[in-house]
Design a protein around this ligand. Structure first.
Ligand SMILES: [Fe+2]
Length: 166
């Protein structure tokens, strides 16, 4: 295999992995969404995040099909790796919403990093035309990461006052 073929393979595997990362994000939010209802701001934003993650997934599908391929079975492997990061905190507990939000912050950092890695991989594979689409998703992830950190104190305060009224 030549160096450029190898770079291309690394990149395409990266795209498929990221498709799995988005799938895991959607699944996790859908599972947790009901329990966010007492926190309307968080609930609304996470609902939007499902739509956004699906859009990001579609972008990855477009890139993959541009290279004559599609998302594949490698997804499961990635899902189980990332699942461990997110899975730690899914024990039912009264502070579950806070723990889930902290896990989501960790997951979002992973997503920002993985899009940044994909941009480097795309350039190494000579797929410069893909960079703009990957940058768009990375900036969305960065924006969400910022939102989560900015809103964390307010959500913690809301959690505390809910505890007080019980
Ligand atoms: Fe995402």
């Amino acid at each position: 295999m030549t160096g450029s073929e190898r770079a291309k393979e690394i990149y395409l595997t990266g795209l498929r992995n990221q498709h799995g990362v988005e799938a895991q994000a959607i699944e996790t939010i859908e599972r947790e969404l009901d329990r966010m209802e007492p926190y309307p701001e968080l609930h609304a934003r996470m609902k939007e995040e499902i739509i956004r993650s699906k859009t990001q997934q579609a972008r990855l599908e477009t890139l993959l099909s541009g290279h004559g391929t599609s998302p594949s079975a490698t997804k499961e492997m990635v899902t189980s790796i990332v699942g461990k990061v997110a899975g730690v905190v899914h024990l039912p507990a009264s502070d579950e919403v806070i723990k889930n939000l902290l896990a989501a912050i960790g997951y979002k950092a992973y997503e920002v990093g993985s899009y940044k890695a994909l941009i480097t991989m795309a350039k190494a594979a000579g797929a410069d035309g893909d960079v703009q689409s990957l940058e768009q998703s990375m900036h969305e992830e960065m924006e969400m990461a910022e939102w989560q950190l900015n809103h964390l104190p307010r959500i913690v305060e809301a959690f505390i006052s809910r505890t007080e009224t019980k």
